[in-house]
Design a protein around this ligand. Sequence first.
Ligand SMILES: [Zn+2]
Length: 364
Amino acid sequence: MNNRIAFSASVLLLASAGVVSAQEMGFEEYEPESTLVVPENPVTSARFPFVDVHNHQSGGSRMTNQSVDAVVAEMDKLNMAVMVNLSGGSGDRLKHILAKSKARHPDRFAVFANPSYDGINDPGYAEKTAAQFEADVKAGAQGLKIFKSLGMYVFDPLGRVRVDDSRLDPLWAKAGELGVPVLIHVGDPAQFWLPHDGNNERWLELKQKPRRIRTGEPSFDQLIKEQVNVYQRHPNTTFIIAHFMWMANDLDRLGGYLDALPNTVVEMGAIIYDPGRQPRHARAFFDKYQDRILMGKDTWAPEEYYTYFRVLETADEYFPYYRKRHAFWRLYGLDLSDEVLQKVYYKNAMRLIPGVNPKPISGR
Ligand SMILES: [Zn+2]
């Protein structure tokens, strides 16, 4: 049972038992139905075929011909031409995922490899890891994905492994040499470091997921600093920074980084609630950085893409988001031009990820 169902079921139970009265109801139960009457243009399929550069499909025995075909059927409905699976792993695991998914639907999947940090303190780790990545690309990987464990949860005997640890330099350089991008997720939303109190926009998330509360080092800004060091040190490597660098709530600051770091672009996984609350400022940002933004979603829940399409494509006002702990506010459409939409949906991904070649989905 997912949290949402569990939650509404418990509210129903409490309500039918007469426990939650309007006077006692808390923020989590408060879900007012909007009385605003405005034009509504929900979108269930993207205007152009798109590349989702941030998706996760785990391999192993759960990835079967049937499960892969079912994903492709859902992709067709969304007009998703290509899914980038960032959970490719390495070595045999990667080969299995490629055989199960990409070999079966060559045009519809791209798979990114993930490095291992095991033995990071051993002599030869750096060269071995870069060589493994080269072998993974030979096997069919089209990029490298770095999870947020780097900088937060990877340790060696001396302590936390920094994002800009020099033992990873050969890996970043190898990606540049091979001409494939690195999609990198560093850190968490800045609000996770703020006091967990009534002034915190992510209070509900930190209440529901208390392990996400972060205190002390590395701070949000420290993690920004470390990743920027990497981007500066490797100007010949393309970095796709996940989640708008967790700066979708401060687009001017993000623009400053994009201006200073020409080898970087951003993808919008799990942050659509931020552009969607600042439609004019965000549209200006998308117009200005139209060559630097990629479509991505992260969690594979097909109906949640509708909200992304509606924010990007329409001029709708005050429509709901789907996860209250991310955003208790409603959203507005950016009404992007077709030219910008096409870049964000597929042209930028085609330019940056070798072998990604989205085609119109047949029957559409
Ligand atoms: Zn992800």
